[in-house]
Design a protein around this ligand. Structure first.
Ligand code: NDP
Length: 447
C-alpha cells in the first residue's frame, strides 16, 4: 500500500476511535502530516504499525475525587492521569486543574508531552493529568483537601521510577506542596515523585522560571539563526501565569519591548513596553490575572482592553503563553498584516490548524510548544536528579543547563526542519522526536 493511503487509513482509524475528542485528533493529525516521509523511507514502520502504536496511550486512568468544602458539604470531581508512553523513561507531565479539563484535552497534552520529552534527549516518557476542579473558586483549605483527595487515588499509579507529575494550569507550588505532602504520608517515602516542589522540601532552583526562560532562550536561537537579535523587538505575550510572566520578564531583561500580557478577561496593551521590574512585581501575587494586570498598568501606563486577545496589536514576535487554541486563523492573519514575523509557543498547541497554515503561507517562523516550551520539563528532570542524589545544584549551574538544553532542541529543529533558507520548526521537532520514539518502540520489541 502507498504511504498516502496508509496515512489516510491510519487517520480514519484514529478518528473512529476518538470520535468526540477534537483536541486529541488535532494533535495527532498535526504530527502525522510531518512524519509521512519517515514512514515512506522506513518500510518497517508500516510493518510494525509504529503510528498505530504511538497513537494509543499506554493507559488512561479515570477516578472520582470526593472532598469536603468549608461548609462540610461533600463535593465530587473527576480526576485523570493519561500515561501516554513509557518508551523513553518514567512517565512525566503536568497536572492541570481547570473546569475545561476532560479526557480529550489530557490525551492531546499527554501525546504532545511524549514528543516534547523525546525531543529533550532526556530519559522521560510522556503523561498528563488533572481534574475538572478550579482552585481559583476555592479557599486555601478547600484546595488542600481537594489535593489530598486527588492524591488518595493518584498515589497508586505514580512513583519516582514510574510516573512523576508536575504542575500546569492552576497547579503551582502551593498545589504541588499539598499533593506531595499527601503522597509522602501515604507511601511513607520522601522521594522525587512530584516536581515543581517548593525549594524548602526538594524543589529545584530555576524550575518555576524554566518554561518561560527556556522559551526566550529558544527564541534567541531562532533569531540568531537569521542573524537577528531580540534587542528592541516588539514582543506580544498572552497569558499572565507562570509561563507568560517569566517569558515576558526574561524578554524585557534582554532588551525586548514587551507590548502585552493578557488573561481570560482581556488584554493589557503597552506599546512602549513593560519593564522587567513591573512584570516581576506580580509574579507571586495570589490575586486574579486581571487584578494583577491592572496593577502593572499603574506602573507602566497602557490600555486595558476587555474580552480581547493580543493578536491584533502591532508586534515583531508573538509568544502565545495562555492555553490551547487561543490563536486562530484570523488572529494569525492580523499578526501577519501587523508586522509579526516570528511565533514561538509557550503554551501547548495554542495555534489552531488554520493559524499554522497562515503562518506557513507567509513564511512566518513558527516554533511549536513541544520544542520551545520544553524547558519546564527539562528542569523537572534536573529536579528528579537532584532528589535522587540528595544534592542541590546552584541557580546559575541549572540556568546554564537549561540554556544548553534549549540550544540542543533548537539545533534538532534546524537539523531536521531546514528547507532552503527557511527552517520549518514544527516539522523538524516532529521528525526528531518521532525518530527517537520509533527506534525505542522497535528496539524494545513489540508487546
Ligand atoms: P497558569 O495557570 O500559571 O496561567 C495561565 C494563564 O493563562 C492565566 O493568566 C490565565 O488567565 C490565562 N488563560 C487561561 N485560559 C485562558 C483563555 N481561554 N483565554 C485567555 N487566557 C487564558 O498556567 P501556566 O502558565 O503554567 O501554563 C500556560 C500554558 O503553558 C498551558 O498551555 C500549559 O500547558 C503550558 N505549559 C506550562 C508549563 C509549566 O511549566 N507551567 C510547561 C509547559 C507548558 P485567567 O487566570 O484569567 O484564566
Amino acid at each position: 500500500m502507498g504511504t498516502e493511503q496508509y496515512i489516510e487509513e491510519f487517520l480514519a482509524w484514529v478518528r473512529k476511535r476518538n470520535e468526540h475528542q477534537p483536541e486529541y485528533l488535532q494533535a495527532v493529525s498535526e504530527i502525522v502530516a510531518d512524519i509521512a516521509g519517515e514512514v515512506d523511507d522506513n518500510p518497517n514502520f508500516e510493518r510494525d504499525n509504529v503510528l498505530y502504536y504511538l497513537a494509543e496511550p499506554d493507559r488512561a486512568i479515570t477516578f472520582r475525587v470526593s472532598w469536603l468544602d468549608d461548609n462540610g458539604n461533600v463535593r465530587v470531581n473527576r480526576g485523570w492521569r493519561v500515561q501516554h508512553s513509557g518508551l523513553l523513561g518514567p512517565y512525566k507531565g503536568g497536572l492541570r486543574f481547570h473546569t475545561s479539563v476532560n479526557l480529550s484535552v489530557l490525551k492531546f497534552l499527554a501525546f504532545e508531552q511524549t514528543f516534547k520529552n523525546a525531543l529533550t534527549g532526556l530519559s522521560i516518557g510522556g503523561a498528563k493529568g488533572g481534574a475538572d476542579f478550579d482552585p481559583r473558586n476555592a479557599s486555601s483549605r478547600e484546595v488542600m483537601r481537594f489535593c489530598q483527595a486527588f492524591m488518595n487515588e493518584l498515589y497508586r499509579h505514580i512513583g519516582p521510577n514510574t510516573d512523576v507529575p508536575a504542575g500546569d494550569i492552576n497547579v503551582g507550588k502551593r498545589e504541588i506542596g499539598y499533593l506531595f505532602g499527601q503522597y509522602r504520608r501515604l507511601v511513607n517515602q520522601f522521594n522525587g515523585t512530584l516536581t515543581g516542589k517548593p525549594l524548602e522540601f526538594g524543589g529545584s532552583h530555576v524550575r518555576v522560571e524554566s518554561t518561560g526562560y527556556g522559551l526566550v532562550y529558544f527564541l534567541a536561537h531562532m533569531l540568531g539563526d537569521t542573524g537577528e537579535d531580540i534587542l528592541g523587538k516588539r514582543v506580544a505575550v498572552s497569558g499572565a501565569g507562570n509561563v507568560a510572566l517569566h517569558a515576558a520578564a526574561k524578554a524585557a531583561s534582554m532588551g525586548a519591548r514587551v507590548v502585552s500580557l493578557s488573561c481570560s478577561k482581556g488584554t493589557l496593551s503597552v506599546p512602549d513596553g513593560m519593564s522587567e521590574k513591573a512584570i516581576r512585581s506580580i509574579v507571586d501575587d495570589p490575586r486574579s490575572s486581571k487584578e494583577r494586570l491592572l496593577d502593572i498598568r499603574k506602573i507602566t501606563g497602557g490600555e486595558w482592553i476587555d474580552d480581547c486577545t493580543p493578536w491584533h496589536l502591532p508586534c515583531d514576535i508573538a509568544l502565545p503563553c495562555a492555553t490551547q487554541n487561543e490563536l486562530g486563523e484570523q488572529d494569525a492573519r492580523d499578526l501577519v498584516s501587523n508586522g509579526c514575523r516570528l511565533v514561538a509557543e509557550g503554551a501547548n498547541m495554542p495555534c489552531t490548524e488554520g493559524a499554522i497554515r497562515t503562518f506557513e503561507k507567509h513564511q512566518i517562523r513558527h516554533a511549536p510548544g513541544k520544542a520551545s516550551n520544553a524547558g519546564g520539563v527539562a528542569v523537572s528532570v534536573l529536579e528528579m536528579a537532584q532528589n535522587a542524589s540528595f544534592k542541590a545544584e546552584s541557580y546559575s549551574d541549572l540556568d546554564d543547563e537549561l540554556k544548553a538544553i534549549m540550544k540542543r532542541i533548537h539545533q534538532q529543529c534546524v537539523d531536521f526542519g531546514r528547507e532552503g533558507e527557511h527552517v520549518n520548526y514544527r516539522r523538524g521537532a516532529n521528525i526528531a522526536a518521532f525518530r527517537r520514539l520509533s527506534r525505542a518502540m522497535i528496539g524494545q520489541g513489540i508487546g
